[in-house]
Design a binder for this molecule. Structure first.
Ligand code: E4P
Length: 219
């Protein structure tokens, strides 16, 4: 499973990249607005230079022509850019056109298996089911991931399933058990994947025992 970071924060991206387990980044208008960069394109370029993999950058137009114009500009920024396009009618049309132009897309805001099927038929490179937001409204986000994986396996679609709106490590683990291609997660969740209280206690005990041995064997 590929690990993407769901952030536009350069420090978080640098840190995760330094651990050697970062495969890509997803941004969205909310995450970029949080960083409030002076120059958005420059900021995206800097992210692309840190990450050796796909970086999703979202269009904010909602009409076909506007989305295409933004998508082409974003794609020309850096070879790592994947253009995020919302699952709306004009978005589907834009994804199809961009696929024909060889521009990678991530179909975002996907909340049903039907939408995921449409995204794949349009030729999206990635589809992003938002698991946390579905959980928030009392539906199982992970059940949607399972349904999408089943549907895609029947037809051999090349669209990769990018599990998004991840809230905790079990979202990542369950998605990995199902064989989802990618999980994009906040920095906090990536840290949580590494941590375990028994690891901390165990390490503390090993080091204390080692310290004692050195003290007792000192001349
Ligand atoms: C996906 O690419 C989105 O950026 C993101 O996962 C949305 O997550 P949220 O529901 O935590 O805002």
């Amino acid at each position: 499973m590929k690990f993407f970071l769901d952030t536009a924060n350069l420090e978080e991206i640098r840190q995760a990249a330094s651990w050697g387990i970062l495969d890509g980044v997803t941004t969205n208008p909310t995450l970029l607005a949080r960083e409030n960069p002076l120059d958005v394109q420059e900021h995206l370029y800097r992210i692309c230079e840190i990450v050796q993999g796909p970086v999703s950058a979202e269009v904010v137009a909602t009409d076909y022509e506007g989305m295409l114009e933004e998508a082409r500009a974003l794609a020309s920024l850096h070879p790592h850019i994947v253009v995020k396009v919302p699952m709306i009618r004009d978005g589907v049309r834009a994804i199809r056109t961009l696929a024909q132009e060889g521009i990678s897309t991530n179909c975002t805001l996907v909340f049903s298996p039907a939408q995921a099927l449409v995204a794949a038929k349009a030729g999206a490179s990635y589809v992003s089911p938002f698991v946390g937001r579905l959980d928030d409204v009392g539906t199982s986000g992970l059940e949607l991931v399972r349904q999408i994986l089943t549907i895609y396996s029947h037809y051999g679609f090349e669209t990769r399933v990018l599990v998004a709106s991840v809230r905790h490590p079990m979202h990542v683990v369950e998605a990995a058990l199902m064989g989802a291609d990618v999980c994009t997660m906040p920095f906090k969740v990536l840290e949580q994947l590494i941590q375990h209280p028994l690891t901390d206690v165990g390490l503390e005990r090993f080091l204390a025992d080692w310290q004692k041995r050195q003290v007792s064997s000192a001349p």
